[in-house]
Design a protein around this ligand. Sequence first.
Ligand SMILES: O=C(O)CCC(=O)C(=O)O
Length: 265
Amino acid sequence: MVSPVGGNNTVGLTQHQVEQFADQGYLILPGLIAEERRTRYVALFDGLVERSRSLTAADGGFHLAFDDAGQPIPGRLHKVQGVAVVEPRVLEIAAEPGIVAAVSALLGPDLDVFGTKFYPMNVTGATSTGWHQDNHYFGTRSDRVVSCAIYFHDTDAANGCLRVAPGTHRAGELVQHKRGDGIYSHGAWTPVADSDAVDVVCPAGTVVLFSANLLHGARPNCSGRPSYRTAWHYIPADLDLELFRRGEYEDRHWLGACKSSRSEN
Ligand SMILES: O=C(O)CCC(=O)C(=O)O
């Protein structure tokens, strides 16, 4: 287990934090989401979980969990892909001033966010992802893609914490991923030795930033204690990703627009 790096605020990152991100490939920012807003966001996600209960198949961004045979389990939500499209108020979370300030310290001030996901991880046996590099899915090896996972409940090994393999982003290479099966049928994953893995145990309201080249995954939920989380990716607004083009890909959003709509509310 690693200790969270403290000292986060809305004016960005310390030099030490920037260096830690460059060296280890990730940064843990506990308490970045204030309690009153965290509670509001949990209620928003409760609504999405409620909407999924009548589903018998994937529909409109809602993906069901798979059983051991790789078959969808009716009413059991695995993730909402494109959650900011399904529920635009989620963009308010992506535009949280503390997060934007921290990411701006790494990527500069003009940012887009894309690939927004919500994982409920609210029952025993729930999973989010196996070990992977986000850039495997993005058609790039760019180190200008900063992934962001937010934990809305206290999260530890028993309810499915994030795992990272520190420093693995530095090679700038993508390793081979192989299609998962059974409850991991949702994606393609790669093996990582336990000895290379670090559990990110963190309190509710923690934001974790990591390089899209970093090997990471999450433990399954073995306790049934809920651990709602989101994951998405920040890039400089002028970064052209062929698979996620500005104006073409629906789940790519300019944060300048989110911030101005926030101040109009
Ligand atoms: O579930 C998590 O903790 C992180 C999710 C994740 O790694 C991803 O969506 O790429």
